[in-house]
Design a protein around this ligand. Structure first.
Ligand code: ZN
Length: 276
């Protein structure tokens, strides 16, 4: 697999899910071995798990007093498309646009504008399973032949346990929107979350059914959790050559997995391993 960036400067803008503020993103092409960087108010922050400062309802990066919120849907689109070198300039509000709540608008913007370099990607490998746990949730990275990311969980009122998979095909996850349960809406708002939420960006569930929009997949909320896992994994800085199985994981546990992986994984550059 070869490293990639974008072929030209791209722009996208919109309201942040939690802050409700408006921001513009300018995506700048970068050369090989640069990595993915955010720039906000003159500060550069690498898209790396060591820079994660908050995982409550979204993944936020921070450094030197600068906070960049809700990075995971753009990062998931970048990982799915194999883009590993980019500068993301954020202007205005400090939260990335939520758009339609999924990764689709980022994916659509990027997919026709990819430029590959004649340099192999950094790949991460493990020799034995690595597991992180928190309460009833767990995430396990497992050596396997063809990397697959999966998420198993339940949706209240709809099904008890179901597993969804990302095997490298964007449609398996890219349209899945952010969601919440109707009964938690007031609580979230009172805690300062979801100020920019609307029927266009958040699927609201009650008794196992969406109350404000139609489901794009029968198990759309689980697929969104899987999209979040991919986006958080993009903060590892290397491509997975192993499988990742999440059982009711969340942003916090995703980042814990990356911390554990960083202790045990080996890194090598190769141009022939296929990954999701
Ligand atoms: Zn999300």
């Amino acid at each position: 697999m070869l490293q990639a960036s974008i072929s030209k400067k791209l722009k996208i803008e919109g309201f942040g899910l939690h802050t409700g503020g408006y921001s513009s993103l300018i995506l700048h092409p970068e050369g090989p071995d640069t990595g993915i960087w955010f720039v906000y108010r003159g500060k550069s922050i690498r898209a790396h798990f060591l820079n994660v400062v908050d995982t409550t309802r979204a993944t936020s990066l921070g450094s030197d007093g600068v906070l960049i919120r809700t990075v995971e849907h753009l990062l998931a689109s970048l990982y799915i498309l194999g883009i590993d070198n980019l500068t993301i300039e954020l202007i205005g509000n400090n939260e990335l646009p939520i758009l339609d709540g999924s990764g689709f608008h980022y994916f659509r913007l990027l997919r026709g504008n990819i430029r590959h370099f004649n340099k192999p990607k950094e790949l991460a490998s493990i020799q034995k399973p690595i597991k992180v746990e928190l309460d009833k949730a767990s995430i396990t990275a497992i050596p396997c032949e063809k990397p697959v990311f999966s998420y198993a969980g339940f949706i209240k009122g709809l099904f008890d346990l179901r597993e969804v998979y990302f095997k490298g095909f964007a449609p398996q996850v890219i349209y899945a929107r952010t969601f919440c349960y109707l009964e938690e809406v007031n609580n979230l708002l009172s805690q300062g979350f979801g100020k920019g939420a609307s029927d266009k960006s958040v699927l609201v569930l009650h008794n196992g059914k969406p109350v404000n929009a139609k489901m794009r997949y029968i198990d759309e909320p689980l697929r969104h959790k899987l999209l979040d896992l991919i986006g958080d994994f993009a903060l590892f800085g290397a491509r997975a050559t192993f499988c990742i199985r999440s059982l009711m994981g969340n942003h916090r546990l995703n980042i814990e997995l990356l911390k554990s992986l960083s202790l045990f994984a080996t890194f090598s550059k190769s141009s022939f391993v296929s990954t999701p």
